[in-house]
Unconditional design. Structure first.
Length: 125
């Protein structure tokens, strides 16, 4: 593998671990760019960084931009109200449900179709 010094280019930072980070990891995976997720503990909270090798930094940023991740996620500086927390929780549940659907579709596409049985040509019909 690569030395830890190679993982210097940070392409995404978030204060939450969840769908936004996993979606960007999946985008980099589809683009064929190796990445590393680093968590950094600070007094203000834990930050999650998506790091790539320095030579892949431009390619990673372009892949994320083409993947639809153009706007940056703002880190929270104030405590949200109860209504905002409920809306955020509902949005997170919706995102998780969508992620589950994407994973199931990927699984169905990659698994051989063993349930349908062999093709008729293989049976000699």
């Amino acid at each position: 593998m690569w030395d830890s010094a190679d993982w210097r280019a940070v392409v995404f930072v978030s204060d939450r671990f969840g769908r936004p980070l996993r979606a960007r990891e999946r985008c980099l995976q589809l683009a064929g760019i190796p990445w590393s997720t680093v968590s950094e503990r600070r007094p203000s909270g834990t930050y999650y960084k998506l790091c790539v090798r320095e030579q892949d930094a431009v390619d990673a940023l372009l892949a994320l931009r083409l993947g639809g991740f153009c706007r940056s996620v703002r880190l929270r500086t104030t405590t949200p109200s109860v209504a905002e927390q409920l809306i955020d929780a509902a949005r997170d549940m919706w995102d998780e449900a969508l992620e589950l659907v994407v994973q199931v579709v990927d699984l169905v596409r990659t698994v051989p179709r063993l349930v349908t049985g062999p093709a008729r040509a293989a049976l000699g019909e």
